[in-house]
Design a protein around this ligand. Sequence first.
Ligand SMILES: CC(C)(COP(=O)(O)OP(=O)(O)OC[C@H]1O[C@@H](n2cnc3c(N)ncnc32)[C@H](O)[C@@H]1OP(=O)(O)O)[C@@H](O)C(=O)NCCC(=O)NCCS
Length: 189
Amino acid sequence: MHGPRSNLRAMIALVTPRLVLRPWVPADLVPFAAMCADPEVMRFIGDGSAKTFAEARDSITRSQESWTKHGWGLFAVECLETGSFVGSCGLAEPDLLQPLQPSVEIGWRLERASWGQGYATEAAAAVVDWAFTTLHTKRLVAVVHLDNLASHRVADKIGMRREQRTIVPGLSLWVDVYELGQGSWQPAY
Ligand SMILES: CC(C)(COP(=O)(O)OP(=O)(O)OC[C@H]1O[C@@H](n2cnc3c(N)ncnc32)[C@H](O)[C@@H]1OP(=O)(O)O)[C@@H](O)C(=O)NCCC(=O)NCCS
């Protein structure tokens, strides 16, 4: 990334009561790759396969390219108190379902040890707030595998509405598409 605008982008961080969502740093690669190598974490993402170290590194690179191209992307998420890596959350182009483009997809992925504490909801709510109030995004979508019950719940809790059930071409995978429009969103605080 080069130039003054990219420096500004590099400084974007969202702080919630317990988390910091911030730009990627090199030290995130090892814990991010460990998270993406966990079959339980990856079970409902893409084709459901765990990712190699190189694939995880490519994901971070793609996210950094998104920041450069759009001014948004996935954040690394860390615990506010300890600074330890918790996962990732943020925005991406909806790559699984081409008809959804040009919508912006919100996503969340946490390492298993951090599940069940409300972190995904807390991080995702901050991303929604940032997308609508700072980026002026018109519409967010989330694509959730039918059996991913925790993720359905996160989408519900941040106020998303189930819009359609569809099949991902090539993967024979049924998903629910959630949506949230800027006009139907109320800031939580
Ligand atoms: C989805 C994920 C991010 C949720 O993280 P989390 O921090 O545990 O989520 P939260 O605690 O904010 O909320 C989870 C909700 O789902 C509920 N839940 C969790 N597991 C559940 C299950 N098996 N069945 C039903 N509900 C479940 C929780 O009780 C909670 O709801 P509640 O607050 O009403 O009790 C996490 O499980 C994860 O990283 N999964 C793997 C990656 C993934 O699938 N990402 C999403 C791709 S669309």
